[in-house]
Design a protein around this ligand. Structure first.
Ligand SMILES: [Zn+2]
Length: 263
């Protein structure tokens, strides 16, 4: 497990073993270690909407951009919905979108755009189609899981970017594990069709649900990697809303490198 972390430019980053070998992409899930933020946001908080000092957040975002060779970070305003923001190469390269567009997933085939989702217990899911050279980043909290934002993103990759789901590599990042995903009011909050993911009393396995949603969308089982790291259990490494309430957000990011083949 620990070997899936790497250190560079003083940042400690979780990297998916099944995405590691692809030299045409950057990717990583950034731990909260190092970074400028203080107090409850201690470390590498990237959210501008949780009450952190904007100067510290900006410094943290710059550090992540540097980790990605200075490439541009792209953020969206996440709302636990199921809207997907597509950035396509043949569209006019408009101004950068920073926390402007609303959505919970991003897809792009444009080089040098690092798609960043902001999470603290929600799942950062990173997708890459090495055939079409398309990347996607998904923010899937439990509400997003119930709306199948993951499956919708894979469908959108196929519909709008000609991706073949059988080729797509997927990583499910550090997030609330079945050990800590307790839903006392699940009978009201979670439809009965999802109750099979209840593993112990009131505790649900959303990792397994995401794996099923990826497979139902056509992704092969052996192309899916689950980090298996629970953010609440490892709040030393990651921000966890359930653990701390007032806390930061960490980054799950993926993008195509500038200068990679197939452009
Ligand atoms: Zn846990």
């Amino acid at each position: 497990m620990e070997s899936e972390f790497s250190e560079q430019n003083s940042l400690t980053v979780y990297r998916f073993p099944n995405l590691n070998g692809y030299t045409e992409i950057h990717h990583g899930v950034f731990t909260r270690l190092s970074g400028f933020s203080k107090g409850p946001f201690q470390g590498l908080n990237i959210s501008t909407t949780v009450g952190d000092d904007p100067t510290d957040t900006a410094g943290n975002r710059r550090a992540i951009s540097r980790y990605f060779d200075g490439n541009e970070l792209v953020f969206i305003r996440q709302v636990h919905g199921s809207d997907i923001v597509c950035l396509k190469k043949d569209q006019k390269n408009g101004p950068a979108i920073h926390d402007e567009k609303t959505g919970d997933a991003m897809i792009t085939n444009i080089l040098g755009k690092m798609l960043v989702v902001q999470v603290a217990d929600c799942q950062p899911v990173l997708l890459f189609d090495p055939g079409q050279k398309v990347v996607a980043a998904v923010h899937s909290g439990w509400r997003g899981s119930l709306r199948n934002i993951i499956g919708k993103t894979v469908s959108s990759m196929a519909d709008h970017f000609d991706c073949d789901p059988e080729q797509i590599i997927a990583g499910i990042g550090p997030s609330l594990g079945p050990c800590c995903a307790e839903f006392i009011h699940y009978r009201k909050e979670i439809p009965e069709s999802f109750w099979k993911y209840q593993k112990t009393e009131n505790h649900f396995d959303f990792w397994e649900l995401s794996r099923d949603q990826l497979q139902e969308a056509g992704i092969r089982a052996n192309n899916i990697h689950i980090s298996g790291l629970c953010t609440k259990c490892r709040s030393d490494l990651f921000f966890s809303y359930r653990s701390q309430k007032i806390t930061g957000r960490f980054a799950g990011a993926i993008g195509l490198k500038t200068g990679s083949n197939g452009s």
